[in-house]
Design a protein around this ligand. Structure first.
Ligand SMILES: O=C(O)CCC(=O)C(=O)O
Ligand SMILES: [Fe+2]
Length: 338
């Protein structure tokens, strides 16, 4: 359904206004825009990104997601991600828990590895449903390449601001190393929204595991809990504006200077709750061999930040591969011990 025919986002729900960052101006090195990005990334850790130039790939990815979700469940289950901590592939509704009690989620995902999108027509990490394969060259790979490039540009800006040697963050997210970076389409059915109580979330409260997330929303439902505020607030979807956020890995590398904020997904508000909700994300995550720790040896700014009492990050001293597998595994209902 074209975005213009969607029921409007209601104006009587608590909404958090994100800063709007213009990607075209960032590319030109506009200093006001660079400041705005830095402010957003070091406070809430969420911002809108406009003029990113990925609109047509985003529309096609939403179509790919619809085609995939329409496949019979039996077909999708051939590509299920499994319980061993691998994220790529299909995640059935009810496979993950929305909270520690083990309450099952109601959303389906299709996750496509950056490594498979780049290696196509070779297979790097795993196989996918025909609806993904058919669109790999013209939809998925172009979307992943552009999204990865945008996140890489943002990483370059953060690298400079953090006082890191040139290319440090880029090399920790090298496109040539296998990683958990992936594109994801999420479907949250209206039928589940109808039966949800206020506490029943589509995606439970979490911070993103990776470094940067590049999200595209058409319906409301995403909420953030801004620091110092006790009420969850919606992030209103704006046409042509991606929603970007800092994840835990980047917060860790920066010694907590960059902020990874808690968020969740609830049924869309108002009239929008009658529609199935689809969203699309590209997650940039560190290379598999990268050890997760604050880069304090490489930046005096980061070194100082790790000594500040505001710093709540701990160095896991684990590789990104081990860390992600453990976290993904722990979300699976089958692995929850009550
Ligand atoms: O669907 C959304 O709006 C957000 C999804 C999300 O937070 C996630 O997949 O990590
Ligand atoms: Fe998230």
């Amino acid at each position: 359904m074209p975005a213009t025919t969607l029921p409007p986002f209601p104006d009587n729900v608590p909404t958090h206004p994100l800063l709007v960052v213009d990607y075209a101006l960032l590319k030109e090195g506009d200093s006001e825009e660079l400041d705005r990005l830095w402010t957003a990334a070091t406070t809430l850790g969420f911002w809108y990104l406009k003029n990113h130039g990925v609109d047509s790939e985003v529309n096609e990815m939403f179509r790919m997601g619809e085609e995939t979700m329409h496949l019979p469940l039996e077909e999708k289950m051939k590509f299920e991600q499994g319980d061993e901590g691998l994220s790529f592939g299909y995640k059935a509704a009810g496979a993950n828990a929305v909270e520690a009690s083990g309450l099952k989620d109601t959303v389906e995902f299709i996750n496509i590895a950056k490594d498979d999108a780049f290696a196509w027509p070779q297979q790097a990490r795993r196989s996918y449903p025909s609806t993904v394969n058919d669109r790999m060259p013209n939809t998925v790979t172009p979307f992943v390449k552009k999204s990865n490039e945008i996140n890489d540009t943002l990483l370059g800006i953060f690298n400079t601001r953090l006082g890191l040697p040139d290319g440090t963050l880029t090399s920790l997210h090298s496109p040539d190393e296998y990683s958990a970076s992936e594109a994801r389409v999420i479907k949250s059915p209206a039928s589940a929204a109808a039966s949800m109580t206020k506490e029943r979330m589509a995606i439970g409260a979490h911070t993103d595991f990776g470094s940067l997330s590049f999200l595209h929303n058409r319906l409301g439902g995403l909420q953030v809990l801004p620091p110092g505020i006790t009420e969850w607030q919606y992030v209103k979807p704006l046409p042509g504006h991606a929603i970007c956020n800092v994840g835990d890995a980047l917060a860790l590398f920066s010694g907590g200077i960059l902020h990874s904020n808690i968020h969740r997904v609830v049924p869309p508000p108002g009239e929008q709750s009658k529609l199935n909700r689809c969203s699309l994300v590209y997650f940039t995550r560190p290379g598999n061999s990268v050890v997760l720790r604050a880069l304090k040896d490489k930046s005096s700014l980061i070194n100082e930040a790790t000594q500040s009492s505001n710093n709540t990050t701990n160095d896991p001293e684990e590789t990104a591969e081990q860390w992600f597998m453990r976290r993904i595994k722990n979300q699976r209902v089958k692995n929850i011990t009550l």
